[in-house]
Design a protein around this ligand. Sequence first.
Ligand SMILES: Cc1cc2nc3c(=O)[nH]c(=O)nc-3n(C[C@H](O)[C@H](O)[C@H](O)COP(=O)(O)OP(=O)(O)OC[C@H]3O[C@@H](n4cnc5c(N)ncnc54)[C@H](O)[C@@H]3O)c2cc1C
Length: 309
Amino acid sequence: MSIWVLATAADQLSPLLAAAREATEPTGQAVEAVVVGTAELATAASGMGVGRVHWIETAPDIPAEAYVGAVADLARRAGADVWLSGAAPAPRALLGAAAAACGAGLVGGGVALRLDGPTVTVERNALDGAVVETLTGPAPLAVVWDLTEAQPVDAAATAPVETVAAEPSKSGLRRDSVEPAATAAGLLTAERVIGIGRGVKARADLALIEDLAADLGAEMACSMPVADDLHWLGPERYIGRSGQRIAPGLYLALGISGEPQHMEGVRGAKVVVAVNKDPAAVIFRSATYGIVGDLYEFVPALREALRQD
Ligand SMILES: Cc1cc2nc3c(=O)[nH]c(=O)nc-3n(C[C@H](O)[C@H](O)[C@H](O)COP(=O)(O)OP(=O)(O)OC[C@H]3O[C@@H](n4cnc5c(N)ncnc54)[C@H](O)[C@@H]3O)c2cc1C
């Protein structure tokens, strides 16, 4: 079976190719790459051990999604059995179009892939990571992959790059500006960060923690559900695998369980202090200092201690 990976940025390539290579290892089938982006991206892909690179060149002010027609045409002609992309907005949208164009099934959250004769088996995270679902289906199948970190690339040769004739769609979609999110800029360079999780019971309680942040000169951050589900802080403030990665001197985690997806974002922190009322919370396995206790007692006590200093 043939696997084609679709990428719009360099950091998507090596994890996708590692997944594709693992799945094709038993048969040694070549993996091909479709890159929608710059010449540098196409060159990077060609040096990563793929059989061929199909390059859809993007203009500087046009987002990758504007090339949806070219991707769909390619998918129709390609006859690939499995398509893989990362979960970032652009590749995810393009993969959906590719799947629709070639009549492929579409699955999100893939973490493992197996090719069993004509059957494709995909494992994917579900229920917020609480369970792993195993799905099977016939080829062609498109899988949005839950990207991990960069993987080592061991490429002996450079693959040919085929330019795919492509015009942006007539949608008129263009990129007017790219600015760092103003509120996240301070977070990324902060020396002290307070992260809050679902252990904080009410939005009104944020004021208490913001006061502590002001006392400490710290930036506020949070776990993914606090931003995505509760909307108490903006999405640019959640930490983790799919959020921001920070490297402060101090990360004070209040009411955060410490699931690996969250802790991946604070690997660079020098000191992690975790406050959690559950002594079995997983965050205590990786925190530098763990405080088993109620954050509603801890925060006022720390503020009081800082005042007396
Ligand atoms: C593919 C995927 C990607 C993900 N990416 C991310 C990511 O990038 N970032 C991220 O954060 N999550 C991510 N998640 C979600 C992650 O798995 C966890 O579900 C999430 O981090 C949990 O958030 P939480 O710790 O705030 O909530 P919970 O898991 O509900 O934990 C709340 C904690 O607060 C404690 N607590 C409760 N009351 C108090 C109190 N009064 N005082 C002290 N402690 C208290 C509890 O003991 C508990 O440990 C991802 C999940 C998946 C499947």
